[in-house]
Design a protein around this ligand. Structure first.
Ligand code: AMP
Ligand code: MG
Length: 367
């Protein structure tokens, strides 16, 4: 099995537990650090760290978060059916026959994508499923060792690409149903689902008895209030894409100091397979139907984790100048690039990212 590396990992700010009060609902109580790790949703490791008054509070809040992740995982899965759940898989199976009613959590994701996708310069397209499933199938077959690793056939990728028009996905707001006008169209929400789910879980936790938390959902990081251990911010380590592929997987490229924000990375090292000695990763440029080659990794920082997720995939596909123009056009969004190709390994960041970035001089002072 392929090792799935975290795009960003929590490095520090977790100091000695129980570091005193910090002016929030339970300011007088002693806050202690707790954590929960689980592996069974979104094909990744999810870590929740929180400062809570006691173990029981943490267990309750983190347990609710885990249940929510389990539900979102099933709803947004394009490759498996689950008893009693209408999800992306069942839409792909049924929505060209009849309009299919969907639950609020899935509907909200589709509306979010409908709002943002047109602004992403032809990069992220959740209707690209017929193309993406071929890459997914080839990668999974290679991972399972079924046969020699092979690339999907370009002629069949091109044939599938004729059935990827998001306008053929009819979202009927009145009846909350989904209908595909094109019978060969398939959805794949992998570019946005994990971040969208993380944002909903994060908001749930912000409203809970444990608003001081960090969620790391396989490189999708959402932070709540600062750690109650005397620091102002959570520290998020960004993986060096090259080091991530080798034995130095823990080596970080930079550290970002944030609170109340999300940090999401798309990288060529997160999911890939190798054919004839060449690595093929999981982010597909709709223009070429091949893995995008402009960047090694792109990290997006903004409040909303769903937005950070869809943007990190979009900006990863774009050349630096275009990605930068997109990011700069949006309020409250910053980005960091590790470029590929001629500028291989070069790190760039938006001006506004510098205030968060250790390599640009930011620090995480004790309060
Ligand atoms: P991320 O890791 O958030 O950058 O998303 C990568 C995932 O998004 C892949 O595993 C695919 O499921 C999906 N994906 C890849 N390329 C695209 C694309 N051009 N448009 C929409 N989804 C994509
Ligand atoms: Mg993404």
């Amino acid at each position: 099995m392929l090792t799935i590396l975290l795009g960003a990992c929590v490095l520090t700010a977790l100091g000695p537990a129980g570091g005193g009060s910090w002016g929030l609902p339970h300011a007088r109580a002693e806050m202690t650090r707790h954590s929960l790790i689980f592996f069974d949703t979104f094909d990744t490791v999810i870590t929740i760290i929180g400062y809570a008054e006691d173990q029981a509070t943490f267990d309750r809040v983190a347990g609710e978060a885990r249940s929510a992740f389990e539900r979102y995982h099933k709803l947004y899965d394009a490759y498996n059916a689950y008893e009693g759940i209408r999800n992306i898989y069942t839409l792909n199976r049924d929505a060209a026959k009849n309009p299919v009613p969907v639950d609020e959590e899935l509907w909200a994701l589709l509306l979010f994508v409908k709002e943002w996708q047109p602004r992403l310069r032809g990069t992220v397209n959740i209707a690209l499923g017929a193309v993406l499933s071929q890459w997914h199938g080839s990668r999974k077959a290679a991972e399972a060792g079924e046969s020699a690793a092979v690339l999907p056939d370009m002629a069949s990728l091109r044939a599938a690409a004729a059935h990827t028009n998001f306008d053929d996905v009819v979202l009927d707001e009145e009846n909350r149903t989904v209908f595909f006008r094109d019978p060969l169209l398939k959805l794949d929400v992998g570019a946005v689902a994990k971040g969208f789910a993380t944002e909903r879980v994060g908001r749930q936790m912000l409203a809970s008895d444990m608003p001081s938390f960090i969620i790391n959902a396989g490189g999708n990081v959402r932070t709540g209030h600062p750690p109650a251990a005397g620091r102002h911010h959570w520290s998020i380590g960004l993986q060096d894409p090259e080091a991530a592929l080798t034995a130095q997987a823990g080596q970080s490229l930079d550290v970002l100091y944030v609170e109340g924000l999300s940090v999401v990375t798309s990288g060529d090292y997160q999911r890939f397979y190798t054919v004839d000695g060449v690595r093929y990763h999981h982010i597909i440029d709709p223009a070429t139907l091949l893995p995008a080659g402009q960047n090694r990794a792109v990290t997006v920082l903004c409040e909303d984790s769903g937005l950070a997720d869809i943007l990190s995939t979009a900006v990863f596909i774009l050349p630096y100048e275009q990605g930068c123009a997109l990011v700069e056009s949006l309020d409250g969004v910053e980005a960091l690039w590790v470029q590929a190709g001629e500028a291989e390994g070069e790190v760039r960041m938006t001006e506004g990212m510098r205030v968060y970035s250790n390599s640009a001089g930011a620090v995480n002072p004790e309060r």
